[in-house]
Design a protein around this ligand. Sequence first.
Ligand SMILES: Nc1ncnc2c1ncn2[C@@H]1O[C@H](COP(=O)(O)OP(=O)(O)O)[C@@H](O)[C@H]1O
Ligand SMILES: O=P(O)(O)OC[C@H](O)CO
Length: 533
Amino acid sequence: MSTLKESEFVGSLDCGTTSTRFIIFDKHANIIAQSQEEFPQYYPNPGWHEHDATEIQEMCDKVIAQAVASLEEAGYNRSSVKVIGVTNQRETTVVWSRKTGKPLSRAVVWDDSRTRGVVAHYEHLLKTQGIEVNGQVRIGTDGALALKELTGLPLSTYFSAIKLRWMIDNWEDVRKAHDADDLAFGTVESWIAYNLLGGVSTGQHISEVTNASRTLLLNIRTLQWDPVLLRFFGFRESVLPRLVSTSEVYGNIPHGPLKGVPLGGLVGDQQGALVGNKCLAQGQAKCTYGTGAFLLFCTGTDIVYSNHGLLSTVAYQVGPQGKTVYALEGAIAVAGSAIKWLRDSMGIIKSANEINTLAGSVSSTSGVYFVTAFSGLLAPYWDPGATGLLVGLTSYTTPAHVARATLEANAFQTRAVIDSMVLDANSDLAHLKVDGGMTNGDLAMQVLADVGGFEVVRPEMRESTALGSALLAGSAIGLFGWDITRPETLQEVNTAGSTYFQPNTSEEERNEAWRGWQRAVERSRGWIETVEE
Ligand SMILES: Nc1ncnc2c1ncn2[C@@H]1O[C@H](COP(=O)(O)OP(=O)(O)O)[C@@H](O)[C@H]1O
Ligand SMILES: O=P(O)(O)OC[C@H](O)CO
């Protein structure tokens, strides 16, 4: 007879860019068991970044099995996991065959910038032929505006439709599958859900709306795939998944350690972190520092269109009939990945955490700026022609100055996004709630406060992304009385304390440093001069 205890927990599978983790939470968001694994990154050419979708799937299976084993070691029966949610790196584009259920190519990762030429092509198309919306051709800057009104997004290498176009045009297997109506397109949650729910035999081809709002194919007002966009990018309708909400039961897991458990939440990781931080209502914001950094500001049920380089995106939709809640987003492509680059490619540090010690060994960068534009610049600059730039070097410069400049780059980009957010949302930001791997570094957080001039609030339990998908999944089955649409039901969740970082700089110092950063950004912009369509 089993001596394992029965309880009630919720599981969350967090498939980030760098690693995959499965975390089992109790009703207060205490972590009962967890497992995390990094998976391989492929950089086959400058600016290219790929994942193997099969490896992602295998890693998901592995971390689930490991966390369930830890749960049992902690004395709990696996049947205590009542529901699970999934949260994921967004925009990364996966293509697989409907017939075999196997990937047709590597996945193209969100920060991959090989598609500059595709972007140039569609910019040209907007200028010369425009886009037909409601029988009216909108052309040139009005065409770009039409695209922004439909999707909330600008044309950029960042979004999935651009990547999918490149994959169909350049990879023969993908093109053949598209021609033969055998191509299934999905962002990462779509691929994970397909496999979790049984793969080719019983799997469902679904996509969740926060993820879909990053494809350039979703109409963010109607929350439907838009035929105008499908025509503009030239895809067959058969490639598209069925749209689902952020919190509902999509099906039960048919086999494996969690056999029979419902899948109740799917959410893009940044929106997951917004929910996990309980920023559910208009005016609440958070910034997550993982591979990249993403500041989301909840705008409630209104879509706020940015005039300062931010994205309008879906924050969540609870249930198929639920109201859509939106956010303004500042997406920064490079945050923790610059630290990983210092570790893996430059060998300046041996572990990510070491950047804090190295950067802390000097009190300033001594004039060094590092524009970490490894795949162009996203918000608020949107310049695919920018490249990484280290400037202000002298013979006095040491790795410690470069390390500190890397932390400052992150802080300057955050300030740029916040400045835009203040202008667009017409509201000031007194403090910034943060989470993600990079927030483990105390110095990284102090530099953020010093450069930004605002208070940084770091929660004790900062697996907010995973917690968000757990809350959405729990809410889908009414576990613990959770209901995302009634924030008061979440009051008992994650009440552990926070650490506060206050700025230790004068406004004058901050403004001087900021001027230096802006000059450095100007020099990095447009470094790639010509982009072939
Ligand atoms: N102590 C630390 N100080 C600064 N950065 C760190 C630290 N620990 C991890 N990181 C950075 O955090 C990133 C991983 O964060 P994580 O939230 O797990 O990312 P993702 O969700 O993108 O996979 C890595 O790029 C790493 O460089
Ligand atoms: O893996 P992260 O946490 O850097 O998040 C990636 C984003 O979802 C990309 O848009």
